[in-house]
Design a protein around this ligand. Sequence first.
Ligand code: F6R
Ligand code: MG
Ligand code: MG
Length: 364
Amino acid sequence: MITLSVIKADIGGYVGHSSSHPLLIEKGHECMEKAKRDKLLVDFHVTNCGDDLQLIMTHERGEEDEAIHKLAWDTFLECTKVAKELKLHGAGQDLLSDAFSGNVKGMGPGVAEMEFEERGSEPIIIFMADKTSSGAWNFPLYKIFADPFNTIGLVIAENMHGGFSFEIHDVKEHKKINLNAPEEIYDMLLFMGAPGRYAVKAVYHRGSGEIASVSSTQRLSMMAGRYVGKDDPVCIVRSQGEFPAVGEVLEPFTNPILVEGWMRGSHHGPFMPVAVRESNPTRFDGPPRVIAAGFQLSGGKLVGPRDMFDDPSFDKARRIAGEIADYMRSHGPFEPHRLPLEEMEYTTMPQVIKKLEKRFTDLE
Ligand code: F6R
Ligand code: MG
Ligand code: MG
């Protein structure tokens, strides 16, 4: 069995919240290289999506392994030192605790992990997002694993015709439910269509029970009890064979749907698919974006990455995202560009209400 762990954190932006400094990525690489030499890791890849540092690791220790989580935590601490030396913006911002206690969950970083038996060919796509929150994967995951208009394999591939099962988390009440596609899609969509509250944590192949996809569902603001940054989630998808083909996995991102996040984590904006080198959100600190790193696994080795959105066939999605960005921006401080009151990460409402309290009078 091999475990793929993707653990990420924003531990300092360059410049502002737009990207990651090369020295930070270099330091991350150095820490991972040492762990590989020490045989803790089989392989790794370090990259960034905007201001989030992404540690992609393979090992044989299973999910939620203390040594792997500690490695990620210590790597973030080392990188934070670099971020502090360079006075990068928000150095260490996602590390909510001072002391590691066995697992990075609940401590700030986002985590997606899956353990499986590597197949004869094991194509994996790792999606990483910046300036948005964990529910952003609901729409693409529905399209990939439940919508025959996206994934023709659900209709014409015998090994996929039985459908997939979705594990949906209620991120506010801390509850979960498993629902099956296709029979229960109407129930499923009731939850998945409200991504601020319900996020797809995992997807399973119903016939084999094999894990197909896992995402990070950590909500930073709920962990910290205050705004510290957006979740900027990640999502792993296994592809080909009994899973959707690479092209079926990427297809939903041709539609730059509206997601929450963007400036000050308080706006709706288009989810723009970009090449890794273009994941530097600068326009109004956005718009929110997503990158896709493709790998073939070989005995746990990460053969890759291929930069999957670095393809002219996604130019149109980027252009439309630009147009949607203009249109949404034209609303300025008005909803639905600005998030509803209770969803905004930043607000001055309590202070303003207090200041104007006496000037509010009852309606006749
Ligand atoms: C959104 C984000 C940025 C910041 C904004 C203000 O997720 O990271 O839009 O919210 O740049 O940042 P601070 O408060 O650090 O000055
Ligand atoms: Mg940041
Ligand atoms: Mg970020």
